[in-house]
Design a protein around this ligand. Structure first.
Ligand code: ZN
Length: 569
């Protein structure tokens, strides 16, 4: 009797504690530490090995204060606390896109979009409709076309758009940005005619009579692109506003922007106005390295919101444009192995930029797609390491961007040299539709080799290359775990042995990307003390069949402890 009465009293006290959490209890924090934001009833996947899973978390100010059970975290709720019920869905660290052309993507939101055009008629119709909205003298810009989607994989020519663009110059990019279509007016402005030679690192496509068709690859595209007027600061600001809204909708709290540099001013203005809702790491063109060296900027210079100090260069082109550089010829174009980017020419030119930049503490990130391009950049990093002494210098974190096609003998170099593989999983399910036509099955087996790279202890960072691919990280997770190509022809996965687990894919998209920008001590996992950049989904990804992951949506996005997007509003 006596003992059962004691039990009853203890139960009553426990119940009271649950309602009045600040009165006591071992887990309860001091009364002043109430949370601004609490998320309950979640499947929290922390990406923190010391506490991988939890039910709930609490945020104080800009940072994560506690991770735990619903009961533990309820103790942080005070009168001012915003409480989010996740309804059992996944809560993850905010996504960090390690490779995004944020301004190009943002600008593209208001230009002609041809990503899903599958016929010449549709192509022409959309360009016509867009050209109609422009003022006299304005360029007709935009793109996203992919000739692989047209009947017979027909390459578009200037005849497709000349009649609907008239005297207005037009430059319509292929989706990978390594080729574009100029109309006759743009070719005239650029002075490109049948007598113009192909520039080094580029190609001018020509018809049977030798006249330019309007399609220009890599360095040849530059002949037209350099004529396009830069957007005004007002146009840039307007576009970046739209891009940030898209990022919030996608649960992106950090983006690593392959930047033109001039938009840094716009980011600073937005930050001052309290309107920047994604953290920016600006990766600027390597050709401008001397400026940063002289200014004393080194990797990860800046604050929690805007940082810079990484330099981007190009080793080659793209697979779709047959400009990615391979050791062996293309199966469907046996006269070519691809092209070095002009920055690689003459031999040693990239090293001449990268080495002094590295010595000054700047981060180097080089685009390499073909197996030979990757091999050459790994060899360049090895040479820099040899010249500047063994061991990591200033904790350098070299990167290769894309890393799409590798020789298996090069897997080990990534971990050995400390080179981050910054990759875009969506490209695999997109290119996977036709990659074997270009490079055959054997080379495809070590393409997008996420499993092999992880097995060789390489670090992965994931992103999209937006606007080359959709900005949505959930599609990237889906691509990494399924490798199911967009044409539905590989439901079990294209080269399925290179699939990785959902947890590995999420880590690459959060902590891996944070590592790639020197911020893994501040973000990338849901760890007390780290920045409260969080995404709440509308489903529990770990309990979905892999094929359904792509249907999950972002329910809420939180940056620096602030709710910046909610699907229900
Ligand atoms: Zn890119």
């Amino acid at each position: 009797m006596k003992s059962s009465r004691r039990v009853a009293i203890r139960l009553a006290v426990l119940a009271a504690l649950a309602f009045l959490p600040f009165l006591g209890g071992a887990q309860a924090p001091p009364a002043h530490a109430t949370a601004h934001l609490v998320i309950l009833n979640a499947n929290v996947h922390t990406v923190d090995r010391s506490k991988p899973e939890a039910q709930a978390l609490a945020v104080v100010g800009e940072r994560i204060a506690a991770i735990g059970t619903d009961q533990e975290i309820r103790a942080w709720i005070g009168p001012q606390t915003k409480v989010i019920d996740a309804h059992g869905a996944s809560v993850l660290p905010g996504f960090n896109d390690s490779h995004v052309h944020f301004v190009d993507g943002s600008m593209a939101l208001s230009q002609v979009q041809l990503g899903d055009a599958t016929t010449r008629e549709e192509f022409t119709r959309r360009v016509a409709a867009y050209a109609h909205t422009l003022m006299k003298g304005e360029w007709v810009l935009g793109g996203g076309w992919d000739h692989e989607k047209f009947p017979g994989a027909t390459m578009p020519t200037r005849e497709w758009i000349d009649a609907v663009t008239g005297d207005a110059p037009a430059w319509i990019d292929r989706y990978d940005g390594h080729m574009g279509l100029a109309n006759s007016a743009a070719l005239r402005l650029a002075g490109i005619d049948r007598n113009t030679p192909d520039p080094p690192g580029g190609a001018i496509l020509r018809d049977a009579q030798g006249n330019p068709t309007g399609a220009l690859k890599d360095a040849a595209a530059g002949l037209v692109e350099r004529l396009i007027p830069s957007p005004t600061e007002e146009q840039l600001t307007h576009a970046i506003h739209a891009g940030l809204a898209e990022a919030r909708r996608c649960g992106l709290t950090s983006v690593q922007d392959i930047s033109h540099a001039e938009e840094l001013r716009v980011y600073q203005k937005l930050l001052a106005a309290g309107e920047l809702t994604a953290r920016i790491y600006a990766i600027t063109p390597i050709q401008q390295y001397e400026f940063q060296v002289r200014a004393g900027i080194s990797a990860a210079f800046g604050n929690d919101w805007i940082r810079t100090g990484a330099l981007k260069g190009f080793a080659d082109g793209s697979l779709g444009s047959t400009t990615a550089l391979f050791f062996e010829p293309y199966n469907d174009a046996p006269t070519t192995r691809g092209l070095f980017n002009a920055m690689m020419l003459p031999e040693g030119h990239m090293l001449q930029m990268a080495q002094p930049a590295d010595a000054a503490g700047l981060q180097i990130a080089i685009h390499a797609i073909g197996d030979r391009a990757n091999h050459e950049i790994l060899a360049m990093y090895e040479e820099i390491a040899r010249r500047s002494g063994p061991g990591p210098v200033r904790g350098r974190r070299w990167r290769i961007e894309h890393v799409q096609h590798l020789r298996p003998s090069d897997y080990e170099a990534f971990a050995r040299l400390g080179v981050i593989a910054s990759m875009q999983p969506y490209h695999a399910i997109d290119d996977g539709r036709w990659a074997e036509k270009r490079i055959g099955h054997e080379r495809a087996r070590s393409s997008y080799a996420w499993r092999s790279l992880l097995d060789h202890h390489a670090r992965l960072a994931f992103g999209t290359d937006w606007p080359v691919a959709p900005l949505d990280p959930i599609l990237g997770l889906y691509a990494a775990v399924t490798r199911a190509t967009l044409d539905g022809k590989n439901p079990g996965g294209w080269i399925p042995e290179q699939k990785i687990t959902l947890a590995e894919a999420i880590e690459a998209y959060t902590l891996g990307s944070a590592y790639a920008e020197f911020t893994d001590d501040q973000k990338g996992s849901l760890t007390p003390g780290k920045l409260a950049d969080i995404v709440v989904l509308d489903a529990d990804l770990f309990h979905l069949p892999p094929a359904e992951i792509k249907n999950a949506k972002v329910a809420a996005t939180i940056v620096a402890g602030k709710l910046v997007y909610s699907a229900s509003k």
